[in-house]
Ligand binder design. Structure first.
Ligand code: SF4
Length: 458
């Protein structure tokens, strides 16, 4: 490196080019899709609803309806009170939802829409425009200061803040899921059932976004966390909310602890062996039962397969990108596999990613480059110099992988250039097994493709 290069100032920021994150109300739409009978209205511009629908449909391959209060020029100048009122009446008439979630878009937030006041006025009317409204939950989701993961977490908090009701303490526990796949949610429910632990999983879009074929069109897909169960989150015995990068003080479990005395348990996101052990340890404490044998056996098979696969994985170099909690979980898994995460990148700006990575990979963290507020243009510049063997992240990394000629293991959301995004497992021993197999096979395939002679016996 020349002296001039060593002292060169970083290039001035020009613009974000393909941000390594998604829009905040998208996270709200995803969380609300996991509430039984819910319908979402985006308060703001119509294009935001179109973009979010397109992303969710291409990933889940299911119909997704998202209403919009559809700002015009006049609503942008004079406010969207009338649009919201008309939107609420239309959605109630058309869908007869059990609950309506309202998430704001950048435009509504920028002009300072006071949705809380609008709702206060509407509720005092009982039946605006002659239509009795269902319960309504409002969440502020300005995308210019957040990510889809933050919108998701803010919606869980809004749901309990605005719907939970005091009452006699029950036997159930609240389980606040992360941005998991429908397959992850189904597996988590299976684990909770095996511990015989009555639980409210919030949200639960395992059926609404990954359902069977229908005999006739359903305006609102069946499934989701029942509204009554959301109300009873304030009567639970405990809450489990996975820790990671999210701001605990802004979390649903923190609010329930502060306002209703529900003790929170915060194991790490259960990706990889060690993090999953923490979840099972928490479930043992809460249920008073040992881990059921079939899960112990599953763990044993996983460890055996990691020993088998170690020779293919040791010292391989990986770039991990995407939503901060998922990146952290994957780094933990990679270190267990013997893979070196050389670069972790996210579009989030929590400021907590470095610390989270240090907590899951204390020995490797110093050698890992961690970049937040990243876009894919910057990621390409950074990753190219690091000579990675593979990339791990969502489909937005496809062009990066193509240009670097490095294979991409697709995880998380969105996956819109493959089928099966909804069926990918990430969590638990089973999820770690599937991820490890996919990572090993991807590397083996890359070696075979690059070999002049080819080899087939491994
Ligand atoms: S304007 Fe804001 S809310 Fe709308 S799609 Fe863009 S980032 Fe999302």
């Amino acid at each position: 490196m020349t002296a001039a290069a060593a002292t060169a100032a970083p290039a001035p920021f020009v613009a974000t080019r393909n941000a390594c994150k998604l829009c905040t109300p998208l996270g709200a739409c995803l969380a609300l899709a996991g509430i039984e009978g819910a319908r979402t209205i985006l308060h703001g511009s119509q294009g935001c609803a179109t973009y979010i629908r397109r992303y969710m449909i291409s990933h889940f391959k299911e119909p997704v309806d998202i209403a919009s209060s559809n700002f015009s020029e006049s609503a942008t100048i004079f406010g969207g009170r009338d649009n919201l009122r008309a939107g609420l009446a239309n959605v109630t008439r058309q869908y007869q939802p059990g609950v309506i979630g309202i998430a704001t878009t950048c435009l509504a937030e920028t002009i300072g829409e006071d949705v809380r006041m609008y709702l206060h006025e509407l509720r005092s009317e009982q039946a605006p425009d002659g239509v009795p409204l269902p319960p309504i939950v409002h969440v502020a989701t300005p995308s210019y200061c957040g990510t889809h993961a933050e919108g998701f977490a803010a919606t869980l908090r809004a749901l309990v803040e605005q719907l939970a009701e005091s009452g006699p303490r029950g036997e159930h526990v609240n389980v606040f899921a992360g941005m998991f796949s429908p397959a992850d949610l189904r597996y988590l429910k299976e684990i909770l059932a095996d511990f015989q632990l009555p639980a409210t999983l919030l949200p639960d879009y395992s059926d609404t976004l990954d359902g069977p074929t229908w005999d006739e069109y359903q305006l609102i897909p069946r499934g989701g966390t029942p509204l009554e169960a959301v109300r009873r989150t304030a009567q639970a015995r405990a809450s489990i909310e996975f820790s990671g990068v999210r701001n605990i003080e802004a979390s649903a479990s923190h609010w329930l602890c502060e306002h209703h005395g529900i003790p929170p348990f915060r194991p790490p996101l259960p990706i990889g062996v060690s993090a999953t052990d923490s979840l099972f340890g928490t479930l043992e404490v809460l249920s008073g039962r040992d881990t059921p044998e079939r899960h112990t056996a599953e763990r044993g098979r996983l460890i055996d397969s990691l020993v088998d696969g170690h020779k293919y994985l040791f010292d391989r170099r990986a770039v991990v990108f995407g939503e901060e909690d998922l990146v952290t979980g994957i780094v933990g898994l990679l270190c267990e596999l013997g893979v070196r995460p050389v670069l972790c990148a996210t579009g989030g700006e929590s400021g907590r990613l470095r610390a989270a990575i240090e907590s899951v990979a204390p020995q490797q963290a110093a050698a890992i480059q961690v970049h937040q507020a990243t876009d894919f243009a910057e990621l390409e510049e950074l990753a190219g110099d690091l000579r990675p063997d593979l990339l791990i992240g969502n489909s937005k990394g496809y062009w990066l992988a193509r240009r670097l000629k490095v294979p991409l293991v697709r995880i998380g959301f969105p996956i819109h250039d493959r089928v099966g995004g909804a069926r990918l497992l990430h969590v638990g021993y089973r999820g770690a097994q599937q991820l490890a197999d996919r990572i090993i096979n991807t590397l083996l395939e890359a070696v075979q493709e690059a070999s002049d002679e080819g080899y087939a016996y491994l």
